[in-house]
Design a protein around this ligand. Structure first.
Ligand SMILES: NC(=O)c1ccc[n+]([C@@H]2O[C@H](COP(=O)([O-])OP(=O)(O)OC[C@H]3O[C@@H](n4cnc5c(N)ncnc54)[C@H](O)[C@@H]3O)[C@@H](O)[C@H]2O)c1
Length: 369
């Protein structure tokens, strides 16, 4: 394989190639900045580093193109026409016409053309998709994806330019999540997008983006993405609202939750390189068994001036009402000679709803991880 473009993505590719050492030989690296090509060649064990990528084509079966978006088309066409397979960093190109041309060239040359959408291979996302496909909690109503980041490149960087990037935040980063939404929800019918440069003046087009897609099934897909987040804890999550419960991938903490108001929640942690597996320890919550990951050691968060303490039941991963609180409430009621109220879950009521769980609701413990 020839690696074309050795900028910020080099580290990520180096890690992946390290695990594929017996299946991939990097025959050379190319970057217009020779020092970058040389650095990458050393890291990847490649014998050659060049500034003109076309010099590598004779010796390569495949090319990995990792350059600014406006170069993808020209480089991809050149590689495909030379009979090389192409793994193109996302997005494939900067216009629909260019993408169709590339796809046509790949099929004419009978070569593989693939866009690098690594989120499909994230263990939590892959598992979430299996649960969605199996309708573990019934039909999907909406999948919402939230990606909050602070991404600010220096003056003159190509990512700031709409022409070089191909658009704004949605085009460059949101494309990962549009891809996931299509992968999970199937045939799109129509969509709408709105964005703003407010708070991200370094971007020529939007730095904060909201996209909604309606699917043939009637389900909705949503992506909120920002490169303008200023926070100590940026959120990265996928929420799948289904008829009978909710599936939630917390990508920041590496946790997958399945929960509904009647039976509490099950959760599993991502295991690197594999499917998430539940840990052995089991606890009870709301009358239902739940799978639990071992407690993580966390530092207490320092509150900002004026910030109120978050109630315990709102902390991520905790049951809506902690068993300790119930015991305290019962003790207090007994001391006052009152009959303690039975927890809502024991009365067949969810924390925010009422009534019994509808027939056929999958209990969390029944979900196979
Ligand atoms: N899949 C992901 O999760 C992910 C994440 C980040 C970036 N990317 C993608 O990777 C690609 C590169 O992004 P980056 O952040 O590494 O950018 P970068 O600017 O850090 O690196 C691009 C490199 O291409 C080189 N280059 C420019 N013109 C060239 C030419 N004609 N020939 C050879 N090299 C040339 C530059 O010198 C630079 O070193 C983009 O498509 C980006 O969207 C993907």
């Amino acid at each position: 394989m020839a690696v074309i473009g050795c900028g910020d993505m080099e580290d990520a590719h180096q890690q992946v190639f390290a695990g594929l050492g017996d299946r991939i030989t990097v025959i050379g690296t190319a970057d217009v900045v020779l020092a970058r090509a040389e650095h990458a060649a050393q890291a990847l064990g490649a014998p050659r580093a060049v500034t003109d990528y076309t010099e590598l084509l004779d010796d390569a079966d495949a090319c990995l193109i990792v350059t600014p978006h406006d170069l993808h088309y020209e480089m991809g066409m050149r590689c495909l026409r030379a009979g090389k397979h192409v793994l193109m960093e996302k997005p494939m190109a900067v216009s629909e016409e260019q993408c169709l041309d590339l796809i046509h060239a790949a099929s004419t040359a009978e070569r593989q053309l693939m866009t690098a959408y690594p989120m499909r291979f994230h263990p939590l996302v892959a598992h979430l998709r299996e649960l969605v496909a199996a309708e573990a909690y019934g039909e999907v109503i909406q999948v919402s994806v939230y990606t909050e980041q602070h991404t600010e490149h220096p003056e003159g960087h190509w990512i700031r330019s709409a022409a070089r990037l191909g658009g704004g935040q949605l085009f460059s980063h949101g494309c990962h999540y549009v891809d996931l939404l299509l992968w999970m929800l199937g045939e799109p019918v129509r969509g709408t997008h709105t964005g703003t440069r407010r708070g991200t003046p370094w971007m020529e087009w939007e730095g904060t983006s909201n996209a909604v897609i309606e699917f043939a099934s009637g389900a909705l897909g949503y992506h909120f993405g920002t490169w303008g987040a200023r926070a100590t804890r940026h959120g990265y999550a996928i929420h799948v609202h289904c008829e009978k419960g909710m599936l939630e991938a917390d990508l920041t903490r590496g946790l997958l939750y399945a929960h509904h108001p009647w039976a509490g929640e099950a959760r599993a942690a991502a295991s690197p390189g594999g499917s998430p597996r539940p840990r052995a320890r089991r606890g009870t919550h709301g009358g239902a068994r739940r799978l639990q990951t071992p407690r993580r050691r966390t530092r207490p968060l320092r509150r900002l001036p004026g910030q109120r303490r978050q109630p315990a039941h709102r902390r991520p991963g905790q049951p809506a009402r902690a068993p300790r609180d119930l015991a305290a409430l019962r003790g207090r009621a007994a001391r006052r000679g009152r009959r303690p109220a039975r927890p809502r879950a024991e009365r067949g009521m969810g924390p925010t709803g009422s009534g019994r769980p509808p027939a056929g609701v999958a209990q969390p413990a029944q979900i196979r991880w």
